[in-house]
Write a protein that binds this ligand. Structure first.
Ligand code: CP
Length: 312
């Protein structure tokens, strides 16, 4: 199957076959990262712009490493170091970047819809690295890859996503991604952090973390996104941790082969206890490793690299 998409903007616009192709390609790419020389010439001569208007550790670094492992040239620009602070609009910035003929622009922006707008006005491929509370498709793809690798499948699994659902682009992309790939998704957290009507996406809702944990094959914990909250949604962090945090006590109700995930950054002792984050069920570090592989696959598929990785 040839990948025909110009942009990667959200999980809604990817078909089941396209997601499967991305995950299969990422699995091949992962092997490159285990070689003594972790570099192939697949994207030699291609230029990737990493345009980040919001802080990032994992996404930005893994895209940069992914580009370099495929021999592409990558250039990083941050919002504070760009001419945006002199009053240039996002559209003008994008048109000026396009005039330099990059092959892919990877963008993170604090406003929902920023990547979609850019994708409409430039010919360059756009990869959404997170837009406001809306979408984080590359995180969802690496989460799908990590679950498939550990469980051998996605379809039929029960995935619990717990925490600040309202403000999480990771939650939104993963609800859509996991349901599309055949999993059941249950959401849990404080009623103040679960949007009314979210069930329309196909997920079920419980306000009991114990209920969510005891039936789940996968438990994904989310950080409280304080930077996107404009009112107090819980009394104190200590009380939040007691009721909604994943502790060893709550893990007693979990299945013996449950997988614990977190997109990062973690607030240890708030949404997840350190012993759980670092414990035997945790695949949080695997998620980060697979982030490089998924982003290599996405750059390869959108920048039109050679179709056979091994041939390089
Ligand atoms: N998961 C995630 O997007 O992490 P960063 O904000 O560090 O990129």
């Amino acid at each position: 199957m040839q990948f025909a998409k110009k942009d990667i903007l959200d999980m809604e616009s990817l078909s089941v076959d396209e997601i499967a192709l991305i995950l299969d390609t990422a699995q091949q790419m992962k092997e490159i990262s285990k070689r003594p020389v972790k570099k192939v010439p697949t994207l030699r001569g291609k230029t990737i712009v990493l345009f980040f208007y919001e802080p990032s550790t994992r996404t930005r670094t893994s895209f940069d490493i992914a580009a370099k492992r495929l021999s592409a040239d990558s250039i990083s620009i941050s919002g504070s170091a760009s001419s945006l602070i002199k009053g240039e609009t996002l559209v003008d910035t994008a048109r000026n970047l396009e005039a330099m003929n990059p092959d892919v622009i990877v963008m993170r922006h604090f406003r929902a819809g920023a990547s979609h707008m850019l994708a409409k006005i430039v010919r360059t491929s756009i990869i959404n690295a997170g837009d406001g509370m809306h979408a984080h498709p590359t995180q969802s793809l690496l989460d799908l890859m990590t679950v498939r690798e550990n469980k051998g499948k996605i379809s039929g699994l029960r995935v619990a996503i717990i925490g600040d659902i309202s403000h999480s682009r990771v939650a939104r992309s993963n609800i859509i991604g996991f349901i599309k790939m055949g999993a059941d998704v249950v959401l849990a957290g404080p009623p103040t952090m679960i949007p009314k009507g979210i069930e329309i996406l196909g997920a079920s809702v419980t306000y009991s973390v114990n209920d969510a944990v005891c039936n789940a094959d996968v438990v994904m914990m989310l950080r409280i996104q304080k930077e996107r909250q404009n009112s107090f949604l819980f009394p104190t962090e200590r009380e939040y941790a007691m009721v909604y945090g994943l502790t060893m006590q709550k893990m007693k109700h979990a299945k013996k082969d449950v997988l614990i995930m977190h997109p990062g950054p973690i607030n240890r002792g708030v949404e997840i206890a350190p012993e759980v984050a670092d414990g035997p069920y945790s695949i949080i570090i695997d998620q980060v490793t697979n982030g490089v592989a998924v982003r290599m696959a996405l750059l390869y598929l959108t920048a039109g690299g050679a179709r056979n990785v091994d041939a390089d």
